[in-house]
Design a protein around this ligand. Structure first.
Ligand SMILES: Cc1ncc(C[n+]2csc(CCOP(=O)(O)OP(=O)(O)O)c2C)c(N)n1
Length: 342
């Protein structure tokens, strides 16, 4: 098996275009509830999923759409699920955070850290039922401070299970900067549990692919779990319509929506002491300033763009591939957006 950047780029682009279409449907009000996309994570997902084969399993978090798509789940089924249609992937009952595909041994959960136990369960069953198969858990760095994920890593190490723990670290857990609630270092932490640990640039699909190549070889040959720590950015913040991102993108429209209620709360005759109110206000301002300096605003961090740049030497092939992927996504959208007969 050798690295093919064209294949990886096609996977990433398809996912990006598909998720951009989802974003548009969400903004148009056709998809209800919150929407967490994987835009910015594509290099990590593609670099890992490209190594998976029949019998391998995936435990996903609340951003599972890209992984399912890259794994080969019918995108029309995913889309119809997000739209809440009864013929969606999970009968329209799961939504984007609870996507399952039995055929692909893939399960998602909106419970932060829950991918750990699920992946360990998948891996344990693989040891008995599908020797040579592996399980992958995808999760954000916020999950690294959840006990059940640590317990899962411990058990995977103790039982030498074929698991890949993939941490997609964007530095934020909603509005909490993860370093402010994290002790020590993730790599050291994984090693402390006896798990092989590797640091990669999660914006670079080739780097992820190479690291994952060794990790999957190890797992398949019975040498136990690996923890992959990959940094990335989420261009849309925590979810679509994320207030802090909206504020820095369109301050004139968005600022009043925040400043007016904040000022009202600050001047309210009842409530916390002045010192506490000032501290709260300072925290909000710090978050806005941190978002202004945020790597989410720098397109050099875009993994899809980076892979494209690496393929730039063959512009004709690039255009052909992009046209093909665009057509594929458009065809899917057209077929998936047909209303369900009443
Ligand atoms: C056990 C649990 N605690 C809290 C939440 C609420 N919650 C949803 S997403 C999220 C942040 C997760 O951050 P991270 O794991 O870094 O993933 P990211 O959203 O950045 O991809 C939190 C706290 C939850 N869903 N489950």
């Amino acid at each position: 098996m050798s690295l093919d950047l064209w294949v990886l780029y096609a996977l990433m682009l398809k996912s990006r275009l598909f998720e951009e279409a989802i974003a548009k449907l969400w903004h148009d009000g056709l998809i209800s509830g919150e929407m967490h996309l994987g835009t910015g994570e594509e290099a990590i997902i593609a670099g890992v999923v490209a190594h998976l084969r029949e019998g391998d399993a995936m435990a996903l978090d609340h951003r599972g759409t890209a992984a399912l798509l890259m794994r080969g789940v019918d995108p029309a089924l995913i889309l119809r699920e997000l739209l809440g249609y009864p013929d969606g992937l999970c009968g329209g009952m799961g939504g984007h955070m609870h996507l399952f595909s039995k055929a692909h041994l893939a399960a998602s959960s909106g419970i932060v850290g829950a991918g750990g136990p699920a992946a360990v369960g998948f891996a344990l069953s693989a040891q008995y039922l599908r020797p040579g198969a592996i399980a992958v858990a995808f999760f954000g760095e916020g999950a690294m401070n959840q006990g059940m994920l640590m317990e899962s890593m411990n058990l995977a190490s103790a039982w030498n299970l074929p698991v890949l723990f993939v941490c997609k670290d964007d530095g934020w857990a909603i509005t909490t900067q993860s370093e402010s609630v994290t002790g020590g270092d993730f790599i050291e932490r994984a090693r402390g549990l006896g798990v092989q640990a590797v640091e990669v640039d999660g914006r670079d699909v080739s780097e992820v692919w190479k690291a994952c190549y060794s990790a999957t070889q190890r797992a398949r040959s019975g040498q136990g779990p690996t923890f992959l720590h990959a940094r990335c950015v989420h261009f849309e913040g925590h979810f679509l319509g994320f207030q802090l991102i909206r504020m820095v993108r369109d301050p004139f429209r968005e600022m009043p929506k925040v400043v007016i209620p904040l000022t009202r709360a600050f001047l309210h005759p009842r409530g916390a002491a002045l010192r506490e109110r000032l501290a709260g206000l300072r925290k909000v301002l710090e978050s806005v300033l941190a978002t202004l300096r945020d790597p989410r605003r720098d397109c050099a961090n875009d993994p899809v763009r980076r892979a494209r740049t690496a393929l730039h030497m063959d512009e004709v092939r690039l255009q052909e591939l992009e046209n093909q992927v665009k057509e594929e996504v458009n065809t899917t959208l057209a077929s998936a957006l047909v209303e369900v007969p009443a």
